[in-house]
Design a protein around this ligand. Structure first.
Ligand code: ADP
Ligand code: ZN
Ligand code: ZN
Length: 678
């Protein structure tokens, strides 16, 4: 038999694949199966043993024989990853300028990469024991309204690659469109797989139960980062073998292996959490669109406030626009949005009188109120009136946030924790004051103000324990809560039935953010949270649904657009602005970030970086410190490069990364394509 070498991708930043020697003897004799492209293989790497992915099987190698190492074992028990999946990883690797191994290997469940195969064996056995489920018929489909029906038909009847943007106001029944579109695709192709993405783990249980009820005869897989590793492997394997017919997950599910994928659905497609913010900084939405094109299948992007990128796509005809203009439930109408001018109506404990009165009305009728405050903790800062001391983090450009319950000052960026000082560290004053208010403080004030009400808080602190978030939302759904206070966690997707009042307590900060995307995000967030109100039919004698926004800037155009529920006009204005200012989506961007102990070092590196590569048609901006310059004792700076041509930018970045590597600087740096946080 001829000598065989495996060309393998490994999860290392070194930009290449690695060759290994494979011999039949190692694999149990002459009859051993030849390794295949797409199989996983255990290998020695340095002094470790790792798992790699076979990218090619070749008969010659440039590696000198003395340096060649033998594979340990090919994972024959696992079906090879198919070529479409490999192509997806290859595309992501090229697009985001990463070695293929840094894309493909992290996309696999951790237990699959263990050197011992016990977990894999166990998962395979477990999957084999599950009953065969292949009944694609949906149960209890409600009658769609004409707009929903038109949307379902458009997607289900589309041939080949067909991107659709489902623009539907909150409560317009987008979920029903997803489910019935899925049903049609399954009816047409009975062995089809369907991928449904949601932005937050917290939204999976709600949708999961809808899907299970609708398709009791099909296997459903869920994939998100909150799962135990064993469970994750089982669900991944169910998808990989084609047995899971519907796969529901967060952004990481975008890189799942789905050999029979026939439809992709992305709920709340505008949501920033579809963008991975570390490591491979990919956009799951963008990859989804690529994957749909590659597979020639339809993709449905749904939102009440589409991303400007997608909206622009629909305007130019790249995406087909489907609209749902009204709420699906009879007599459920969009809430009335009112602005409360904080300059005129002074709040007490964060609440204006009008808001307090509105909450009272809800309590009287047994309805729920939701207060949205995107700031967790008790107070954002502790201060001394006498000398001006404030609780700054010693390691970051940030304040230590006061957490009263566990008597801590805590940095939300580096995790630094201190006990709350009894007196001012500089002047000894014992009368330290919390400044501003977070969700904990609001919870406390609300409990004092409405002693008869059941006040409940949902934020990252209150839901730290596994499973506690699901339980918390369950309490709200079950009607055990009268006043809910929460961060953006409560704003998304949930279909609360008894909620008739939503209030945004203090949304202004985002209006003046340096990040040009902040207003787009704020608008989406407020529309989302407003959309939690009045989703059920208004009760006889009940309160009309209402949204109150407390602001110092009542005349801001964003709030005006919000009041009229007019996303299209708002989007048009923003797009015009972006076009004039040469910003995305009319411009393509990449960001070079640098980190060093001293800001100067990072800036100097970026200045050199700006000069190190020839460029044409590329605009290189000046290096600047990041808005939050210091995190965990590291200073951070960035350099933005832009071009009107994506290919030109891609070509430049590729050459640039090579040059940057050659600089061998001690500064830590990374390049991000299509950055969203600038
Ligand atoms: P969205 O995701 O668009 O905000 P949902 O999918 O949560 O809206 O739907 C809002 C409510 O409308 C849900 O309670 C859902 O059961 C109901 N609904 C959806 N479609 C219909 C329909 N065709 N007839 C009656 N009720 C519907
Ligand atoms: Zn002091
Ligand atoms: Zn810190």
């Amino acid at each position: 038999m001829k000598q065989v070498y495996l060309r393998v991708a490994l999860d290392t930043p070194l930009d290449s694949t690695f060759d290994y020697r494979w011999t039949a003897q190692e694999e149990g004799g002459i009859n051993a199966d030849l390794p295949q492209i797409g199989q996983l293989v255990a290998l020695p790497f340095g002094r470790q043993e790792v798992v790699g992915l076979i990218m090619d099987v070749v008969s010659e190698t440039d590696v000198p024989p003395a340096k060649l190492r033998d594979v340990i074992a090919v994972r024959h028990e696992l079906l090879a990853m198919n070529k479409e999946w490999l192509a997806l990883c290859q595309f992501a690797a090229e697009y985001y300028q990463r070695p293929i191994g840094e894309v493909a290997i992290p996309a696999l469940p951790r237990n699959l990469k263990a050197i011992k195969t016990v977990s894999l064996q166990r998962a395979i056995k477990k999957l084999a024991k599950l009953p065969e489920q292949a009944d694609v018929s949906p149960l209890g489909e409600p009658q769609l309204n004409p707009e929903q029906q038109a949307a379902v038909d458009a997607v289900a009847q589309a041939e080949g690659y067909a991107p659709h943007l489902l623009f539907g106001v909150t409560g317009s029944g987008k979920t029903e469109v997803y489910l019935q579109t899925a049903a049609k695709v399954l009816a047409k192709t009975p062995d089809a797989q369907i991928l449904i993405l949601v932005p937050e783990i917290n939204l999976t249980p709600q949708l999961e139960s809808h899907i299970r009820a609708r398709f009791p005869g099909l296997m459903l897989s869920t994939l998100h980062s909150g799962m135990a590793e064993g469970e994750r492997l089982l669900h991944w394997l169910a998808a990989h073998t084609g047995r899971a017919r519907i796969v529901l997950g967060t952004r990481l599910a975008m890189l799942a292996s789905l050999p029979r994928l026939k439809l992709i659905i992305i709920d709340e497609e505008h949501d920033p959490s579809y963008k991975q913010q570390e490591g491979l900084r990919y956009s799951a939405r963008d990859l989804a669109v690529w994957r749909a094109r590659q597979l020639s299948i339809p993709i449905l992007l749904g939102s009440a406030t589409p991303s400007l990128e997608s909206w622009q796509g629909a305007q130019t005809g790249r995406y087909r626009l489907l609209e749902l203009r009204e709420r699906a439930v009879q007599r459920a109408v969009l809430p009335i949005i009112r602005i409360i001018n904080l300059e005129r109506e002074k709040p007490s404990e964060g609440l204006t009188q009008r808001l307090t009165a509105a909450i009272k009305l809800r309590l009287e009728k047994g309805e729920q109120s939701l207060l949205f405050l995107n700031r967790r903790g008790y107070a954002p800062v502790l201060a001394c009136d006498a000398c001006g001391w404030i609780s700054n983090c010693t390691r970051c450009t940030a304040h230590l946030v006061l957490h009263k319950g566990d008597h801590r000052l805590r940095c939300h960026h580096c995790g630094l924790e201190q006990r709350i000082p009894r007196s001012c560290p500089t002047c000894g004053n014992i009368d330290l004051q919390p400044l501003g208010r977070g969700t904990q403080r609001m919870e406390e004030s609300l409990a004092l103000l409405f002693p008869e009400a059941r006040v409940f808080r949902i934020d990252a602190d209150s839901t730290r324990l596994k499973g506690s978030a699901a339980a918390a939302f369950e309490r709200v759904h079950a009607g055990e809560v009268d006043i809910l206070i929460g961060t953006q966690m409560v704003a998304k997707g949930h279909d609360f039935k008894r909620l008739t009042l939503v209030a945004a307590l203090n949304p202004d900060a985002a209006l003046f953010s340096q990040d040009y995307r902040a207003s787009e995000r704020l608008f989406a967030q407020l529309m989302q949270v407003a959309g939690r109100a009045g989703r059920a039919a208004q009760k006889e004698g009940g309160n009309a649904s209402e949204v109150l926004v407390q602001t110092r800037y009542p005349d801001h155009p964003l709030y005006h657009a919000l009041m009229s529920h007019n996303y299209p006009d708002f989007a048009k204005d923003l797009l015009d602005e972006r076009q004039q200012a040469h910003m995305p989506p009319f411009m393509y961007q990449a960001l070079l970030r640098a980190e060093a102990k001293e800001l100067e070092t990072a800036i100097t590196f970026l200045k050199e970086a700006a000069l190190c590569t020839e460029h044409q048609g590329i605009m290189i901006n000046d290096p600047i410190p990041m808005t939050m310059t210091r995190v965990a004792n590291v200073d951070r700076a960035q350099l933005l490069v832009e071009s009107v041509s994506r290919p030109a930018l891609q070509a430049f970045v590729k050459a640039w990364i090579a040059d940057l590597r050659a600089m061998k600087s001690r500064v830590r740096w990374s390049v991000e394509i299509d950055p969203v946080d600038i």
